[in-house]
Design a protein around this ligand. Structure first.
Ligand SMILES: [Zn+2]
Length: 506
């Protein structure tokens, strides 16, 4: 029989659906046709496979070769099918035995000399391959990723020849050395930030309830310093969460980079305000995850929020609601997970000194309001906590060197509070809405009246009402209290002063 079937995997978002490479050799004029892939990809693949076979001293069959990649409707981009196609041709032309093909999957790009190159998204492929009870055979260069998953059910090869030696059962391919994800020390310490007790308190509440946070205040008050401490207040990732994050990095092809260390530490991503929409939320012709997905289960910090393009920020609304981003392409729809906690920081006005008692602000009211309005209402609506970060006077810095709790102490309270939320409602307080919100944030009569009066006086919307409830819930949870008290509500109302801060400008 001159038909061979080889298993491989496509890559769609962070999924790796199965693909069958069917290779048929028939008599007739020599030809080499590949169906089931886009035309340009086919052309390139053909040339690489032919050269790799010849340079590995195999014979390229002078027959009519038809390759079909099924299912046809699956988008198939990139060079990841080279190895499977080459193995298919070799098996169909009886140059290698077909015995092991049924129990293996092959992924890899071939160089013209027959070397095997790494592909993106190897973790997703390895996990799916393991679920199908097959051994994944891929490039040696994918070793760091494969070591993280699958207990080593894989074979790493440097070239097409090594893969063939393995199929002849002459030489077994080595497995990726197993790597355990661990927690790394040397995170940033909250106690290193001097003063700023109210901002630190807001950070703790944000950590406890997974609330989004906006900090505004003059430059040099330590907003970035505070934001960068948030990951140290969050409990470490669980193994499966860390693996999910590693899988996203593996698709983004960032795992080899020195700056990227996949561990149990929460990610902290800080894209620059000049970032484009694809860089922030993901995209490209072969969609790759953006910063929001690399911040999955961690913190996305947007410094100088008004400097981001408004059109770019608008893209954040969907993932902030659903925890994933959907990228539509003509060929397919791709989803990337993106459950991040947003911390945003901004100066109060273009010059940075509005509302700052000491220095005088040189901006006109119109300029200040325009600056503030760069942040759209719907985005602001998704931020539960707004906190003003004020300058700490130098004299105060000298006399008051109390630094407050350490990251570890705060993390302990955050962890207890998160456990409590999970037992009660199986989601974080930030995710409470509708009926769930009413059920778990029940107020006593006097507390209800207090909140109603405050809403009237401050002119807050129904949405602001919900946000106050959620934040008050987190404040009560930090004390392990079942009932929300008047004190909790007052504190929560204090984290809604962004609009009030600008109110006197009209
Ligand atoms: Zn100003």
């Amino acid at each position: 029989m001159s038909l061979a079937i080889v298993h491989t995997r496509a890559q769609v978002g962070v999924q790796a659906p199965a693909v069958r490479v069917e290779c048929h050799l028939s008599n007739g004029l020599p030809a080499f046709n590949i169906v089931g892939m886009p035309e340009t990809t086919v052309r390139e693949s053909k040339d690489r496979v032919r050269s790799a076979l010849l340079n590995s001293h195999f014979e390229f069959p002078q027959r009519r070769i038809t390759i079909n990649l099924a299912p046809a409707e699956l988008p198939k981009e990139g060079a990841r099918y080279d190895l499977a196609i080459a193995i298919g041709i070799l098996a169909a032309s009886k140059q290698i035995p077909g015995k092991l093909l049924e129990h293996s999957e092959f992924i890899g790009e071939l160089a013209l000399n027959g070397e095997l190159r790494a592909v993106r998204g190897a973790i997703a492929a390895a996990l799916a391959c393991q679920a199908a009870h097959r051994t994944l055979i891929c490039s040696h260069d994918n070793s760091p990723e494969l070591g993280l998953c699958c207990n080593g059910a894989n074979g790493l090869a440097k070239s097409l020849l090594e893969v063939c030696a393995h199929l002849y059962e002459r030489e077994k391919l080595p497995r990726a050395p197993e790597r355990k994800l661990a927690q790394l020390n040397g995170g940033l310490e909250l106690a290193d930030v001097i003063g700023q007790h109210s901002a630190k308190r807001a950070l703790e509440i944000a950590a406890a309830g997974a609330h989004n946070l906006l900090m505004f205040g003059p430059p040099g008050t330590g907003k970035s310093m505070l934001a960068s401490r948030l990951p140290s207040l969050l409990p470490p990732l669980m193994q499966e969460q860390a693996l999910e994050l590693a899988s996203i990095h593996s698709v983004a092809n960032t795992i080899g980079q020195k700056s990227v260390v996949v561990s149990l530490n929460r990610p902290f991503r800080q894209p620059h305000h000049s970032a484009s929409a694809p860089a922030l939320v993901g995209g490209g012709s072969q969609p790759r995850p953006g910063e929001i997905s690399l911040a999955h289960h961690g913190v996305l910090f947007l410094d100088e929020l008004p400097e981001f393009k408004r059109s770019v920020l608008e893209h954040l609304r969907e993932p902030m609601e659903s925890g994933e981003i959907c990228i539509s392409r003509a060929s397919a729809q791709v989803n990337f997970p993106a459950r991040f906690q947003l911390v945003a920081a901004m100066n109060p006005c273009p010059c940075g000194h509005y509302g700052d008692g000491g220095q005088r602000c040189s901006c006109t009211p119109t300029r200040i309001l325009n600056y503030k309005d760069k942040i759209s209402g719907p985005l602001l609506d998704r931020i539960d906590l707004q906190v003003q970060v004020e300058k700490v006077a130098l004299s105060k810095l000298r006399e008051n060197n109390s630094t407050g709790d350490t990251s570890a102490e705060v993390q302990q309270r955050v962890r207890q509070s998160r456990d409590l939320q999970h037992r009660r409602q199986s989601c974080s307080n930030a995710e409470l809405s509708g009926d769930k919100l009413r059920e778990y944030c029940k107020l006593g009569e006097s507390e209800h009246q207090l909140l109603a009066r405050a809403m009237d006086k401050l002119g807050l919307s129904a949405r602001a009402y919900d946000r106050c409830l959620r934040v008050a819930r987190s404040i009560a949870d930090l004390k392990q209290e079942t009932q929300i008290s008047a004190g909790d509500l007052s504190e929560a109302l204090g984290y809604r002063n962004f609009d009030r801060f600008y109110a006197r400008l009209g």
